[in-house]
Design a protein around this ligand. Structure first.
Ligand code: SF4
Length: 445
């Protein structure tokens, strides 16, 4: 059984730890400062938030950490969180010219963390200057990444912004569902404080159905929906109610809120997305001896990033390809997962080959804990209380250029519209919608 000591250690072992000042300077000095007045650097082009990477890295090389952080915050108000959770291997660092020359890419994520931490841990962290008040108001539903960024951008433009969230803390999925080895808590509280200083009002522990939220939503000039996705997709299996069977979101939330589950020696994770990888790597950090991800297709089809699959394997996670669970076995608690083999047939409408069970191929995997990381449900209940909005294949329909829904007073971004993409994609969408809301407010009275 994993000990508390193991779990405490796991919570402090970060994937992207802080750099020392000496290392940060040495690393920043390696940057070639690509791009120029007529062409952006490839690392900037690869950043969904559009951060001027050579600009902030050059400021670090000059020893001006404040300038570096302001360059980051100019494009990404959650630059501190993104420095920890961004898949930089497939974004900025993956595009770095040094990588394409066969050298180590610049450690952009770590340098971004170094710069933003310096400001966010200062006495009065400042993200932007605030424009004069406009007397226009926006209600933001959801204090996840898209809602926080949208709110901050609008507050900087002088609008009155109130953010409602049913949770008691900001951050949405970053706070409650991203594995602690990526981000446990910091810098979210400092980012929230800096947004508050910029003029954002957070009303936490307040669901959108609460009377003051309903009143603010009804009275706002515009509303941004950054409500994310719902609970885990419910795929029922016989034995679901055995102790030791978890859904991924409550499992990670339990760790992050200080009540880590006892996981035992053998852990089985079901699913193939980045959450499945997160959960499996976290289980290794919590002391599990054998962690197996069961995925019903092959490595070629898995939706998780290839580099994260490779990193998980390097950490000791085992992948069982072409297999799916049939039932969970045990009397008083989980003992094993019965699985069966799959084969791939013709492609479905998305182009992925359909898995089909192989008759008579059942086998059992011993397991103390099983975690289902199969996906999350769409928030289609929004259509019950907002006239005119529509969903398409589980995604809230928006104009991709503006984030505006088919009800013009409502805009949206983040997981509710993209069905679960990266945090930095939610940042991009929150920023885009904020600028569109600002333009829309200037055309309406
Ligand atoms: Fe620096 Fe690499 Fe970006 Fe060039 S591509 S500016 S070397 S980080």
């Amino acid at each position: 059984m994993a000990s508390t000591h193991h779990i405490d250690a796991a919570l402090t072992r970060e994937l992207r730890p802080p750099l020392s000042p000496e290392l940060a300077l040495l690393e920043a000095d390696r940057c070639l400062g690509c791009g120029g007045p007529y062409a952006k650097a490839p690392c900037t082009l690869a950043c969904p938030a559009g951060i001027d990477v050579p600009g902030f890295v050059a400021a670090l090389a000059d020893g001006d950490v404040e300038e570096a952080a302001q360059t980051i915050f100019a494009e990404n108000l959650l630059g501190g969180t993104c420095s920890r959770v961004c898949p930089v291997e497939v974004l900025c660092q993956g595009a770095c010219v040094l990588q394409h020359e066969g050298r180590e890419p610049i450690a952009i994520g770590s340098l971004q963390r170094y710069a933003t931490d310096a400001v966010l841990t200062s006495d009065e962290p400042r993200l932007r200057e605030r424009a004069p008040a406009t007397n226009r108001s926006v209600a933001v539903i959801g204090a996840g990444p898209s809602g926080m960024v949208c709110a901050g951008e609008l507050a900087a433009l002088g609008h009155k912004v109130i953010v409602f969230d049913e949770h008691d803390e900001v951050g949405g999925l970053v706070r409650y569902a991203i594995a602690p080895y990526r981000e446990q808590l910091d810098p979210l509280p400092a980012e929230a404080a800096a947004l508050t200083a910029l003029g954002v009002e957070f009303r936490l522990g307040t669901p959108s159905s609460a009377p003051d939220a309903l009143e603010a939503i009804a009275g706002a000039d515009a509303v941004f929906l950054g409500v994310g996705l719902g609970a885990d997709t419910n795929v029922p299996y016989p034995g679901d109610d055995l102790p030791g069977v978890w859904n991924s979101l409550p499992f990670i939330e339990a760790i992050k809120t200080g009540t880590p589950p006892r996981i035992g020696r053998e852990v089985v994770v079901i699913g193939g997305g980045n959450t499945a990888i997160d959960v499996a790597c976290e289980a290794i950090r919590m002391g599990a001896e054998l962690v197996t991800i069961v995925y019903r297709r092959t490595r070629a089809e898995i939706p998780a990033y290839a580099h994260e699959v490779a990193e998980a394997e390097a950490e000791g996670v085992r992948f069982l390809w072409l297999a799916e669970p049939v039932r969970f076995l045990g009397t008083h608690r989980l003992d094993a997962v019965e699985c069966r083999l799959m084969s791939l047939g013709e492609p479905d409408e998305s182009g992925r080959r359909r898995p089909a069970p192989v008759n008579g191929s059942e086998f059992t995997l011993p397991a103390d804990t099983v975690i289902k990381a199969i996906g999350q449900r769409p928030r289609t209940e929004l259509t019950d209380w907002i006239d005119g909005i529509e969903f398409d294949h589980g995604a809230l329909k928006i104009d991709p250029e503006t984030g505006q829904t088919s009800n013009p007073r409502f805009f949206a971004g983040g997981d509710v519209t993209n069905r679960g993409a990266s945090v930095v994609e939610a940042v991009r969408e929150g920023k885009l919608a904020a600028r569109a809301i600002d333009r829309w407010l200037s055309c309406t009275s």
